[in-house]
Every structure is written in structure tokens, then in C-alpha cells.
Design a protein around this ligand. Structure first.
Ligand code: AMP
Length: 387
């Protein structure tokens, strides 16, 4: 049996741990705070800053894992090359984790090397450069720190008057000490999707049905599967996802994000080399294996004969509107009393305003009305109150 070191112990890590524990493996869950969701279901845990290379090295020497599974981006990722060089499996690969944690690295690979279509973009290392880039691209624009996720430090800029505020926001929202930002032309897409893509050690690359999602402030609020797409567009998204995951190398699940415009086609945005938050919709039993089970199999080198879509599903997030160091939940009964509905409370020890604390999932037959299902799922999630 394998010993897995999980770097990051959030809600996605928790479901991944449950999936690998069901296959009998051992997991040591790490994060910067105690009592994190995945620690609650793992065999052991370690609390330290994963951005601290020496601390990370000490934990790896102590645990001696067979496999290192990063669940977050806030890790001293360069160290992963060393561990991989010593024969420890890094998921999906040290290269993939290092490229995807910096928007510039992944953009240059996807756009410049692989020729994937992206939003028009520039980089800027100062407010002056940002102003020049904005003038060159035209408005509206999206400004993002090179190292950030979940919309942190990101803003939409509608005209020249908003440039300075976007620069300031990017500086405070960035992870690490990189000042540089990416400026993208705003893409007036019709919809956006996550294409969960599974690369295997000994089998072909597999794709889940597309997941549609709704974002607010750069963070996901609602996702649904399948997001019906024209077959040509789906083929194009698969081709692009296959290409970028192949170039990044390794085995595991990836959340490949695209903007889709009926007129312009499929535009690559970014990708996560790990389960994707919008993929929590698969906890609604939409597929034969949910995204965490797929990740577990791919990571462990177990075969995945096929991915089958069983039914449609929706996920809607439960956000806290209060600060609490002893969160409790109201409205769970109402969710449980609703047919074809389930929820996960992540068990985060502390609630902050806007923090994602749980998710409600709903499902129905594949031919049911998706709009109705989406409305009812979002409504139910809104009724779960953190207090
Ligand atoms: P990201 O962190 O790059 O995934 O961005 C978060 C969300 O912001 C995306 O899912 C989109 O909803 C929106 N977004 C990001 N970049 C653009 C863009 N260039 N044009 C339009 N919307 C964008």
C-alpha cells in the first residue's frame, strides 16, 4: 500500500482522502493550520508552512511518502523537482505544478508554445506599464496577479480611470512577492466551462462531460453538469485540454477552464493540475466515478475503463456571512428533507465572511429541466446559514 503526503487539506483534499482511504492507502495531510478538513479524515497530519522549503523538506524526510499530492498552490513548488528526482511520485508532475502556479508560465506554454487560443494579453511590472498595456489592448480588461487564485487581487477595468485601483488591488491580492500582473482583454463569452481531464499512467486521456459554472468576483458559486455544448466546440475543448495536459506531463485529474463563444469558438483560460472546485458537482453522483475517485485511480495507476454520465447535477456553495471560531449551521434539515439533494459541510474550524463552508448538490434525470434544478439548488444553499 502507498503512503501519500497531501499538501493542502481543504475540502477538495478531504474528498480525495476519502477516495484513497476507501482503496486502503495511508494519507498524511498537511496544511498551515490544525483541524483542516482533510486532516479530519486522514491517518496523520502535519501543521507547517508549505511555502517554507526547509520545513517541507523536513516533513518529506520524516514521512517518506511514495506519492506527494499537492492540493493548493501555496507550496514551495521548486522543491518538488528535487523530490521527484529522488523517485517520489509528484502529482501530476513537478513540471505541471510549477507551471500552473504562475499565470505567466502556463500562458506562455499554452499560447506561445502550443498555439492555444487565449484572451489577448500583456504583462506589466509597474503602474506605468499597466497603463501602457491597457491603452494597447483597449477596454474592458481583466487585471490579475501572476500568482493568485479564487479571484484574489483580480479586477475588471472598464476605462482608464480604473487602472490605478486595479494595480493596487493586484498588489495586495497576490500570493508571494511577485509584482507583475497579467492584463487580459475582457472576453465577452457566452458561457464558461471546466473540462475535467484525466491523464493516466497506462491508458488514454479521458474527459468528463463539460461542467458549466457561474463565478462572482472570480470565485465559483454554482456549477452544473453536463453543460450542453455543440459537438464541434466540445471536440475543440478536448483537443486543447489533451494538448496542454500532455505538455505538462503526469497522471491525475485536471480542471481545464475555457471560455466559450458561439461566434469565436473555444478560448483557453487556465488549468488546475488537481481536482477543481466546480467539479464538486460530481459529488451529486453525476458520473460512475466522482472527480476525487478519478484522481485517486489515476494517481495510483489503477485503470479507469470509462467515464459514464449517469444523471445531471448542480452544486451551489454555502458561504459564511459571519465570523466565527465555532461555526454551526442552520437549515441543514431543510436540505436533507429535499429529494435528490445532498450536502457536504467541510468542517472548517473557523468561519470568515465570504468563506466557502459547504456545498449543496442536487441531481435529476439527464433530460430534466436544468434551469429548474439550478434554481432550486442555489435556493437551498442560500438557506444554509453559518452562525
Ligand atoms: P481566473 O482566475 O483566471 O480563472 O478568473 C476567474 C473568473 O474571472 C473566470 O472564471 C471568468 O469568469 C472571469 N474572467 C477571467 N478572465 C477573464 C477574461 N479575460 N474575460 C472575461 N472574464 C474573465
Amino acid at each position: 500500500m502507498k503512503k501519500i503526503l497531501l499538501l493542502g487539506s481543504g475540502e477538495l483534499g478531504k474528498e480525495f482522502v476519502i477516495a484513497v482511504k476507501r482503496l486502503g492507502h495511508t494519507v498524511v495531510a498537511c496544511d498551515s493550520y490544525a483541524g483542516a478538513p482533510a486532516m479530519q479524515v486522514a491517518d496523520e497530519c502535519r501543521v507547517f508552512s508549505m511555502l517554507d522549503g526547509e520545513a517541507l523538506e523536513r516533513v518529506v524526510r520524516d514521512v517518506q511518502p511514495d506519492i506527494i499530492v499537492p492540493e493548493v498552490e501555496s507550496i514551495r513548488t521548486e522543491k518538488l523537482y528535487e523530490f521527484e528526482g529522488e523517485g517520489i511520485q509528484v502529482v501530476p508532475s513537478a513540471r505541471a505544478v510549477n507551471f500552473t502556479m504562475n499565470r505567466k508560465a502556463i500562458r506562455e506554454l499554452a499560447h506561445t508554445e502550443l498555439g492555444l487560443r487565449t484572451a489577448e494579453y500583456r504583462y506589466a511590472t509597474s503602474l506605468e506599464e499597466l497603463q501602457q498595456a491597457a491603452d494597447a489592448l483597449g477596454y474592458p480588461l481583466i487585471v490579475k496577479p501572476l500568482m493568485s487564485s479564487s479571484g484574489h487581487g483580480q479586477s475588471k477595468v472598464d476605462n482608464a480611470a480604473g487602472v490605478a485601483a486595479a494595480w493596487a488591488k493586484a498588489q495586495t491580492g497576490a500570493r508571494g512577492d511577485i509584482q507583475e500582473v497579467i492584463v487580459e482583454k475582457f472576453v465577452p463569452f457566452d458561457y464558461e466551462i471546466t473540462l475535467l481531464t484525466v491523464t493516466q499512467k497506462g491508458g488514454p486521456t479521458l474527459f468528463c462531460a463539460p461542467i458549466g459554472h457561474v463565478q462572482k468576483g472570480g470565485d465559483y458559486r454554482e456549477s452544473f453538469q453536463p453543460r450542453v455544448m455543440r459537438p464541434e466546440l466540445m471536440e475543440e475543448a478536448r483537443r486543447m485540454a489533451g494538448k496542454v495536459t500532455e505538455a505538462l506531463t503526469g497522471a491525475g485529474i485536471w480542471g481545464v477552464e475555457f471560455f466559450v463563444s458561439e461566434k469565436e469558438g473555444v478560448i483557453f483560460n487556465e488549468l488546475s493540475p488537481r481536482p477543481h472546485d466546480t467539479g464538486m458537482v460530481t459529488l451529486a453522483g453525476t458520473q460512475n466515478l466522482n472527480e476525487f475517485e478519478l484522481h485517486a485511480r489515476a494517481v495510483l495507476g489503477l485503470p479507469i475503463p470509462q467515464i459514464e454520465q449517469y444523471r445531471q447535477g448542480v452544486s451551489a456553495v454555502i458561504l459564511s456571512s459571519v465570523e466565527s471560531d465555532c461555526p454551526d449551521y442552520e437549515g441543514v434539515e431543510r436540505v436533507c428533507a429535499t429529494p435528490r439533494t445532498d450536502l457536504r459541510i467541510f468542517g472548517k474550524p473557523v468561519a470568515h465572511v465570504g468563506r466557502r463552508m459547504g456545498v449543496v448538490v442536487c441531481w435529476d434525470e439527464l433530460d430534466a429541466d436544468q434551469e429548474v434544478l439550478r434554481r432550486s439548488c442555489v435556493e437551498l444553499a442560500g438557506q444554509v446559514r453559518v452562525k
